[in-house]
Design a protein around this ligand. Structure first.
Ligand code: CA
Length: 230
């Protein structure tokens, strides 16, 4: 599973679940909100790479929700999904900030193709690496084969440790808080009573830093962690 996360806001469970399943089969994580308010809550609190938005929704319709999203996030691609195919609806969708529009019923393959266009584009823009190799000092990570090598030595990591390392490497030079890590890697809201993040950072340190120089993972007191060559 890649760390790309997509939000589906759709009140018809059948449609929502079919899209979610299709995305997951294509290694994309997908959250579903079954009404506009829930969609707004998720869209504004989590970091999605793309949002699929139905037009007719309970509590808050797709146009208004899209406008709300745009107030806070001008970049996330939004694909509107609706049974309405009239020109006025399409124009209104674009006016409220949607990037694309699909009329139901649609073929999932077409939706996926459109999603891929947006994901590729934002991948180039953010320079984030979805696949391929990353290197920091003598630490080499291959995200395709999930292998980690340091100083020429292969290092065995658990899935969580690997995800944590990838997150730190992608944010190289930037201090990430325990709350960021909790949300991105554990998909939980950070509870200050838990030390799970520190425990895992220590596991990771033992494996990738303990026997090597320079140290790459650094603690920033009261702020979090940063990965960099010092
Ligand atoms: Ca609907």
């Amino acid at each position: 599973m890649s760390d790309i996360r997509i939000l589906i806001v759709e009140d018809e469970p059948k449609v929502a679940n079919a899209i979610q399943q299709g995305l997951e089969e294509n290694n994309l994580q997908a959250d579903v909100a079954y009404d506009g308010q829930m969609g707004k809550k998720l869209a504004l609190s989590k970091n999605y790479q793309l949002i699929i938005l139905d037009l007719n929704l309970p509590h808050l319709n797709g146009y208004d929700l899209c406008a709300e999203i745009r107030k806070h996030n001008s970049k996330v691609p939004v694909i509107m999904l609706t049974a309405l195919g009239a020109m006025e609806d399409k124009i209104q969708a674009f006016d409220t900030g949607a990037d694309d529009y699909m009329v139901k019923p649609f073929d999932f393959r077409e939706l996926l193709a459109r999603i891929n266009v947006f994901l590729k584009r934002s991948d180039h823009n953010s320079k984030s690496v979805i696949s391929g190799r990353l290197k920091v000092a003598d630490l080499e990570i291959d995200n395709e084969s999930k292998t980690v090598i340091r100083g020429g030595k292969k290092i065995e990591l658990t899935a969580k440790e690997f995800a944590l390392l990838m997150y730190l490497v992608r944010n190289k030079g930037r201090v990430v808080s325990r709350a960021d890590i909790a949300e991105k890697i554990w998909d939980i809201t950070f509870d200050t009573g838990t030390n799970v993040i520190d425990v895992y950072v220590n596991f990771l340190r033992k494996k990738i830093d303990k026997d090597f120089e320079p140290k790459l993972i650094h603690t920033r007191q009261g702020m979090g962690y940063v990965l960099k060559e010092e």
